[in-house]
Design a binder for this molecule. Structure first.
Ligand code: 5GP
Length: 188
């Protein structure tokens, strides 16, 4: 997605350890016009995939997922990173956070992820694929089918794609970062 690539080159910042900071338009301050275009792009890529639910993980996946759900006219459910006392029929999985370097438990209610769901998982970044692997686990527990996964930004040098392709998941990324070496953003 050309508009997104230009924006990453213009406003993205590199941090040591292979971290790309995009907090002026995705992760903290958000650009709703760009998010809408991102939503249109995912909706177009997955239009024939028979999706009936969009799933994401809080917090940064929610904004793009809402636009995808709005455009595809499907419900959006987000996986929570804290377990509410009141959640019914809770399913849980453990995910390792790349940016925070710790494990945490994520959860979703089985009421909103069921065997009749064909889901599209949307997230801001694909790095090592840890969050995505947690979603695969939750989907398996619930009986839902994963029809595909869409990432705004994929860091190709962290190989998350390979792990997901091995599991037979369709992956679409709107911008693929080849390298952040020497604090240079190189986009495919
Ligand atoms: P993964 O689970 O694929 O290893 O990492 C993806 C998750 O970690 C995303 O949900 C995102 O929040 C976070 N993440 C991974 N790499 C980056 C990065 O370079 N920049 C930012 N802002 N978040 C990242």
């Amino acid at each position: 997605m050309e508009l997104l690539k230009q924006r990453i080159l213009q406003d993205g910042r590199c941090y040591p350890g292979g971290i790309l900071k995009v907090d002026s338009f995705i992760n903290h301050q958000m650009d709703p016009q760009l998010m809408f275009r991102i939503g249109e792009e995912f909706a177009s890529l997955f239009k024939d995939a028979g999706i009936n639910k969009i799933v994401t993980i809080e917090a940064s996946g929610i904004a793009p997922a809402i636009f995808v759900g709005y455009i595809m006219q499907q419900p959006v459910v987000f996986i929570k990173k804290k377990q509410p006392k009141t959640m019914e029929n809770m399913l849980t999985s453990t995910v390792h956070s790349f940016t925070k370097d710790r494990d945490y438990t994520v959860c979703i209610s089985n009421n909103f992820l069921t065997p009749s769901d064909r889901i599209l998982f949307i997230d801001d970044f694909l790095a090592y694929g840890n969050a995505a692997t947690g979603i695969i686990d939750l989907a398996a527990q619930s009986g839902a089918t994963i029809a595909g996964m869409g990432f705004i930004i994929e860091k190709a040098f962290q190989q998350g794609r390979d792990a997901l392709l091995e599991k037979g998941i369709r992956i679409e990324s709107l911008a693929i970062i080849e390298s952040l070496d020497n604090c240079q953003i190189v986009i495919r």
